[in-house]
Write a protein of this length. Structure first.
Length: 695
């Protein structure tokens, strides 16, 4: 009986266990079915998309960058495509050995290795970095045949920027460079981050930098099917990129070349404006540099040569170089006297060749004739004494308040980045500039030198040119601008950019007439009369000579005893024609001495080019470059015939010639946007050109 009960108990336990196991299996199958239903029904769309993504890749399509053109349609910056040999360091086990092996297949120079090393230091390990650019077809074929030997190395087609004219206008056009880590972080934090996927280069200077959003375009995307090894098999879908806008500059590149050639090996700057619009006709900074050096990463030797040069070729002297204006400041001092009622034009001042103030003798150049001066003669003959005494009467703060609206010591607002303010002194400025209390006090003697453009005065050539343009335009002030139009790459229509409303400084016409008449006589009987002898037009101008270094109060300036870079700067401001100015300019030639000898001859030939269509003769150009020119010598050449001399720089390319057509603002401008090989890059040119009416 006991045994029977034990058997039944065991049977009961066995059945319970089977039931538990059956329930567990049933639950497991239930969970499996539930999971299958969840995955197959509720997650079907999501998982289907993930599965699709496992075999597809989204590839960004970098847009063609917009072109940069001068006012006549000459292409200043364009694009071409070329093959690059690139390495992804994270995919290469032995990097040095791989590079050595690659050098047996394609040519890799030491400079390529140094650039790759620098790029690797600046980039992340998983990025693809170029070890060689601009591969030939033969090199591409050799590598393709041996690609299996080099995991992590690939050939890629890249878009490169080209500057057909090399150094010409480089400070204005700017250059492209590889995005560094700081710039990459800024882009990733901006709203434009998505538009820069796949982009390795951005504008770094000039128009390339300032108009980066317009020139860059809109990045497209391409969905491709990939193999198990990650290689593209076929294209599934594509959203094409939109090319960037092309921009048209107000510059005349032929005029730009003429001015740069006239500087020769000398340093300096020139800014020429249309006083009726603010358009920049020439924007010269010498010496220049070749922006093509930066396109695919500048090598260490070239960078060191540019960065350490005593001539500072990377400095945009027209935008960022500040100088005392010297005697070119005197016409504006005269306007201040007239507008404030401080001194009438008929007041007579005796000029004995020096001005005594506070026991100190303020001298004048030895070539001044002196005598009794009214305002007209003081400007024409550049009397220092007249303007010393005027500065004393006006006072520093009155001068500051009058000069500020003219743009001296102010940001002009020109449409490229990097402009500096300079210094327009006042008592408040000095209190804020100096830290020590004893240095903050303004001394009356400091005012005297301001009257002749010395002392603390320090301005850019852009500011001086704008002030000259205001005077030439009867007190109407326009903001300087370099970009006058842009072309939509989709509709291919070039739209003229509107001119900002000008500011009226409310100068009395009779006061402006007095100063402009004196400036015209400077070119007829004054300090620049020799340079403008025989000109087929009347212009107004003012010479200037500014100290580069301070000279002791008991010392005299002696050019022969001074080092070249300590000698005075030569300046000139001018406008023409005098009766209805179409151009106003300011020019400085560093350490060149008298303005009439070095700077005024450059202005004369700019006017001859624009107003008469004349280009200097060969012997005249040589004289100007050496600072030995007066009026033009030799037979001038026709500007239209010399246009062919405008050839490309180091690239060896011949840019498209300017078109003469003048068309309405609504005319279509078809700019070739197709990526071209290097040898054909200059063929991209407008078929028709807008030359919008600005007045």
């Amino acid at each position: 009986m006991t045994e029977l009960r034990n058997v039944q108990a065991d049977l009961y336990r066995f059945r319970a266990r089977v039931l538990v196991v059956a329930l567990a299996v049933l639950c497991a199958f239930g969970l499996l079915v539930a999971r299958l239903v969840y995955l197959q029904v509720y997650r079907h769309a999501d998982l289907s998309e993930q599965a699709e993504n496992n075999r597809t890749t989204i590839v960004p399509i970098v847009p063609n960058r917009g072109l940069i053109l001068d006012r006549n349609g000459v292409v200043l910056a364009t694009n071409y495509s070329a093959y690059t040999l690139e390495i992804t360091p994270s995919k290469v086990d032995k990097l040095d050995e791989t590079i050595a092996a690659l050098a047996q297949v394609v040519e890799i120079q030491p400079r390529d290795k140094r650039r790759f090393k620098r790029l690797r230091e600046e980039s992340r390990n998983f990025e693809s970095l170029p070890i060689r650019s601009r591969l030939t077809d033969a090199e591409v074929a050799r590598f393709a045949a041996q690609r299996f030997r080099f995991p992590g190395v690939d050939i890629k087609a890249r878009l490169f920027r080209s500057y057909p004219f090399g150094e010409l206008g480089s400070h204005v056009v700017g250059y492209m460079g590889r995005i560094n880590q700081t710039e990459k972080a800024e882009i990733e934090d901006s709203d434009a981050a998505g538009n820069y996927h796949g982009t390795d280069y951005i504008g770094k200077l000039g128009v390339e930098q300032s108009f980066e959003p317009q020139l860059h375009g809109t990045t497209g995307i391409e969905r491709v099917e990939t193999s198990a090894g990650g290689r593209a098999v076929r294209q599934l879908a594509s959203n094409p990129a939109t090319p960037g806008d092309s921009v048209m500059l107000s510059l005349d590149i032929h005029l730009q070349k003429l001015v740069e050639d006239m500087f020769g090996e000398r340093r300096g700057a020139l800014v020429a404006l249309d006083p009726k619009t603010g358009d920049v006709l020439a924007f010269v900074s010498k010496p220049t540099f070749d922006p093509n050096l930066f396109v695919d990463g500048i090598d260490q030797e070239s960078w060191q040569a540019l960065n350490e040069s005593i001539d500072k070729p990377l400095l945009n002297r027209a935008l960022r170089g500040t100088y005392p204006p010297g005697s070119t400041y005197k016409p504006f001092m005269a306007m201040a006297a007239l507008q404030t009622g401080t001194r009438s034009p008929t007041v007579l001042i005796n000029d004995p060749g020096y001005f005594m103030f506070g026991g100190r003798r303020f001298g004048s150049p030895e070539n001044e004739r002196g005598g009794i001066m009214d305002m007209h003669r003081a400007i024409v003959e550049s009397s220092n004494v007249y303007f010393y005494s005027l500065a004393n009467e006006l006072g520093v703060d009155v001068m500051h308040d009058f000069m500020k609206p003219l743009g001296f010591g102010q940001i002009t607002g020109i449409d490229i980045n990097g402009e500096v303010r300079g210094v327009l002194p006042s008592q408040a400025w000095k209190r804020g500039y100096f830290k020590r209390r004893e240095q903050q006090k303004w001394f009356p003697g400091e005012t005297i030198s301001l009257g002749i453009g010395q002392g603390y005065n320090s301005f850019t050539m852009l500011q001086l040119a704008q002030a000259t343009a205001v005077l030439a335009n009867n007190g109407i002030k326009y903001k300087p601008r370099l970009v006058i139009g842009s072309q939509d790459p989709v509709r291919h229509v070039l739209q003229a950019l509107p001119i900002e409303a000008p500011e009226n400084l409310d100068y009395k016409p009779e006061n402006v007439a007095i100063v402009r008449k004196a400036l015209a006589d400077v070119t007829k009987v004054g300090t620049s009369a020799r340079v403008f002898a025989g000109a087929g037009y009347l212009s107004g101008g003012k010479t200037g000579t500014a100290q580069a270094v301070s000279i002791g109060k008991n010392d005299k300036y002696n050019k022969a005893r001074m080092e070249e870079r300590q000698r005075d700067h030569a300046l000139y401001i001018a406008f023409a024609p005098a009766e209805d100015p179409k151009i106003a300019l300011a020019v400085i030639v560093e350490n060149a001495g008298w303005g009439a000898a070095a700077a005024a001859p450059i202005a004369r030939r700019v006017f001859d080019y624009l107003l008469l269509g004349q280009y200097p003769s060969v012997e005249d150009m040589a004289a100007v470059q050496k600072g030995l020119a007066g009026a033009p010598i030799g037979k001038p050449r026709l500007a239209s015939e010399v246009a062919g001399l405008l050839t490309a720089g180091a690239s060896g390319l011949t840019p498209a010639a300017p078109l003469a057509a003048v068309v309405p603002a609504a005319t279509t401008l078809n700019v070739a946007q197709a990526i071209k090989p290097a040898q054909a890059v200059a063929a991209a040119a407008p078929l028709s050109v807008l030359k919008a009416k600005q007045n």
